[in-house]
Design a protein around this ligand. Structure first.
Ligand SMILES: [Mg+2]
Length: 180
């Protein structure tokens, strides 16, 4: 089965530079994302969010804060006709070098364990950072960069299979190539 793995900050919602989304009011969907999620729901058997959230490890937010943010996100996605099967997050600090933290692939292996029909080499990882591309590459997924800020794809062509300015552009590309 084909799964879509989505990074969260900078892909689904606007990233807070040097900060964390600690409450639903700070969670701002990037333009077109809700529309994109409805398209993905038709194209992928499973849809997962994989997100590093070391703001928890730093004590800047709690697991309950994160759950409140994710409840809001899930509700909005669902209301727009989209679907997220499961959200995986890693609360630990970067310095702890957890296998669950991207770019290590613990969250991908967890998803495959939880959903035995998921075939990673037929799946796609979408993210906005090099760590997302590494995560996807190491898990043998197709990698899709959504990023209009840096030249990450140009600097790391071996890590990036496809590149789009944002999530809706990727969703529209999927619609186009599958209708041809
Ligand atoms: Mg990100």
């Amino acid at each position: 089965m084909t799964a879509l793995f989505l990074d969260r900050d900078g892909v689904i919602n606007q990233r807070i530079v040097d900060g964390y989304v600690t409450r639903p009011d700070d969670f701002l969907f990037i333009d077109g994302v809700l529309e994109a999620m409805a398209i993905f729901a038709r194209h992928f058997d499973r849809i997962f969010v994989v997100t590093n959230q070391q703001g928890i490890g730093k004590g800047l937010m709690t697991e309950a804060d994160l759950q409140a943010v994710h409840s809001y996100m899930l509700q909005q996605v669902q209301d727009a006709g989209g679907r997220i099967d499961r959200i995986y997050h890693c609360p630990t600090l970067k310095s702890e070098h957890s296998f669950m933290r991207k770019p290590s692939i613990g969250m991908a292996l967890r998803a495959r364990r939880d959903y035995s029909d998921v075939v990673l080499h037929r799946s796609v990882m979408v993210g906005d950072m090099e760590s997302d591309m590494l995560f996807g590459r190491r898990a043998r997924m197709q990698t899709v960069l959504v990023d209009d800020q840096t030249n990450l794809a140009r600097r790391n062509p071996h890590l990036v299979d496809l590149s789009f300015p944002n999530l809706i552009s990727y969703a529209q590309y999927l619609e186009k190539v599958t209708s041809e």
